[in-house]
Design a protein around this ligand. Structure first.
Ligand code: AMP
Length: 404
């Protein structure tokens, strides 16, 4: 059976999933795995479609010193031990720059273009591209597809895409890109099936995970996002502050003498729920903690969601529905309840029983704003995009989507 491999590579881990291609372009998840501790304590862990363990093995550091090595060890395991030989590989790539509004079939020219966006996402883009480059070298005939976190937001109105800086900087790439686009695209494609009453309307999707953002979606298209130039902006997150006055950054540099990399580390690793609570970046631990700073961090998280809902609703001139997704959004009935209280002025009212059950529709029948929980699946979105591009590539249709 044909399979598609989905790869999400970070600085110290490579996550992967294998999907079997069934009839009529349907996909079935077969395997999930990851290589962690790259360059420190490499470990390959994987599980099958029902969660049954498929691998748990450690490697010497010299064998898995970097991301390409991790890709080749995991690839050899899939090929040689499981006999999985994917027909294509779909990659999560954080930045598609200003021009990529959809996934793209990769060739060396595309890689060169995507490398130009590395300064826009220095912590992610080089790691996302590393396995792409090593597969291009080692398996030049294997189709690879790049799927971007930014692509779903590329139709934003110029007003939503700009900062109030000189246009020359906009032309250079200083724009409000928005992120978590694969998650929003997946959720928005699910809505007609699970929430037809709101699918065509003005909705806010709250992707609340260790990274958190919200997206205003009007008739299935992203019109505004809480994230901007980088994934630092907007809501408070596990370790990132969300919206912060740039003057704070100037203060850190000028008065505290911090270097650029110290400020970068601070903003990406030490702020958000972790910084505010001093307890943890993990919402489960904060909810379980008796420390008043943990309670304050949760209050702040919820408060900022409420503020940003106002902003996104204003962008759409109204609100017809609200959707929770990602780790916190899908699993924490208490955070959902707290957020819904902040939306009461808009007419949202939760059904506590449905909310506690993590039902799909968690608002009361009379709620003016229907509220839903829709689990996200970015990997399936990537696999679907990859399959679509692969089929277009094989199709004789001269009007097929351009792929480079
Ligand atoms: P994600 O990045 O989407 O995997 O989400 C990770 C976040 O979801 C972490 O902050 C977790 O603490 C949070 N999370 C996962 N399960 C729960 C739960 N049952 N209750 C509260 N938070 C949860």
């Amino acid at each position: 059976m044909d399979t598609i491999l989905v790869v999400n590579a970070g600085s110290s881990s490579v996550k992967f999933q294998v999907f079997a291609v069934e009839g009529e372009g349907r996909l079935r998840r077969q395997l999930k795995g990851q290589m962690d501790g790259i360059g420190s304590r490499p470990r390959l862990r994987a599980s099958g479609s029902s969660g049954e363990p498929a691998a748990d093995r450690a490697y010497p550091i010299e064998t898995v010193a970097d991301v390409p090595a991790a890709m080749s060890v995991a690839g050899a395991w899939l090929r040689d031990e499981l006999n999985i030989k994917p027909v294509a590989v779909g990659h999560r790539v954080v930045h598609g720059g200003p021009d990529h509004a959809r996934p793209v079939l990769i060739d060396p020219a595309v890689v060169t273009r995507l490398e130009r966006y590395a300064p826009l996402a220095p912590l992610h883009q080089p790691h996302n591209l590393a396995p792409i480059k090593s597969l291009l070298t080692n398996f030049p005939g294997l189709p690879q597809v790049a799927c971007f976190d930014t692509a779903f937001h590329r139709d934003h109105h110029p007003l939503a895409d700009h900062y109030a800086v000189p246009h020359a900087l906009y032309d250079e790439g200083i724009r409000r890109y928005g992120f978590h686009g694969l998650s929003y695209e997946y959720v928005s494609k699910r809505l007609p099936q699970v929430a037809p009453e709101i699918a065509g309307g003005r909705i806010i999707v709250a992707h609340l995970g260790s990274g958190a953002s919200m997206c205003a979606i009007k008739a299935g298209k992203s019109v505004e996002s809480t994230m901007g130039f980088t994934a630092l902006d907007g809501l408070a997150m596990g370790t990132r502050p969300g919206q912060i006055d740039p003057g704070v950054v100037l203060y850190m540099i000028a008065l505290k003498g911090m270097s650029v990399s110290q400020v970068q580390d601070f903003l990406y690793r030490d702020c958000g729920l972790k910084g505010l609570s001093g307890v943890s970046n993990d919402m489960r631990e904060l909810e379980a903690s008796a420390d008043p700073r943990a309670a304050f961090a949760i209050d702040y998280f919820v408060y900022r969601i409420g503020l940003n809902v106002g902003m996104l609703a204003a962008a759409m001139e109204g609100l017809d529905g609200f959707v929770f997704t990602a780790g916190i959004g899908e699993n924490s009935a208490s955070i959902r309840g707290r957020v819904a209280e902040r939306l009461a002025w808009l007419g949202a009212a939760l059904d506590p029983v449905e909310n506690a059950k993590h039902a799909t529709r968690i608002s009361r029948s009379g709620s003016r704003i229907p509220v839903y929980v829709v689990p996200t699946d970015e990997e399936l979105m990537i696999a679907q995009h990859t399959l679509t591009l692969l089929m277009n590539q094989q199709s004789p249709n001269p009007n097929r989507e351009r792929v480079s």
